[in-house]
Ligand binder design. Structure first.
Ligand code: IMP
Ligand code: MG
Length: 173
């Protein structure tokens, strides 16, 4: 595994995200909705850099089914807070094709929020399949399979404090 973004670079990236969110929402209030499971590390670090009145919730979206190929997207919003008339920022680990965030935005728009924006640690260059783009992005990365800082390969590596790229020969599908 090669280190793509070091622990200190990740920290600077998260600080940039928090600064941009603060510049956009000022004194808030703001509702942050983290996408399980990949956003948990970013969510925990980022919310501690935000000082406006903040609500934090989660939604679950999964499509990778443990490997690198896509299955259908499954969304479980049972744990999501009430977002009607709230400014919402959806937080995810990575914007790849964009299908996950596009579907989540569509779902949330139906619930009557004041606004919905999205924040991601990573955005893969050239992979986008949807019309929306993330509002807050810490790093643009090449089209490689990455792990760490919440991102997994077959549910492992989420605990790495940095972002690493797995070599193609390390990937089974
Ligand atoms: P999208 O719907 O194609 O944008 O994919 C978003 C989701 O795919 C993320 O929340 C991740 O769970 C997963 N994903 C995409 N690329 C990677 C990767 O390189 N490593 C690990 N997970 C990834
Ligand atoms: Mg994910």
């Amino acid at each position: 595994m090669r280190t793509l973004i070091s622990e200190s670079e990740v920290r600077e990236g998260v600080q940039r995200l928090a600064s941009e969110i603060t510049a956009t929402y000022g004194d808030g209030p703001l509702t942050i909705v983290g996408v399980l499971t990949g956003s948990v590390v970013l969510l925990a670090d980022m919310i501690r850099l935000l000082t406006m009145p903040l609500r934090v919730g989660v939604v679950q979206a999964s499509s990778y089914r443990g490997a690198t190929s896509r299955g259908p997207l499954v969304i479980n919003s049972d744990l999501m807070p009430d977002i009607a008339q709230h400014d919402v920022v959806i937080v995810d680990d990575i914007f790849d094709t964009g299908n996950t965030l596009a579907e989540l935005i569509e779902l949330m728009q139906k619930l009557g929020p004041t606004s919905v924006r999205t924040a991601v640690l990573l955005r893969k260059t050239g992979q986008q399949e949807v019309a929306i783009k993330p509002d807050f992005v810490a790093f643009e990365i090449p089209n490689e399979f990455v792990v760490g800082y919440g991102l997994d390969y077959r549910d492992e590596y989420r605990n790495l404090p940095y972002v690493g790229a797995l070599d193609p020969e390390d990937l089974r599908s």
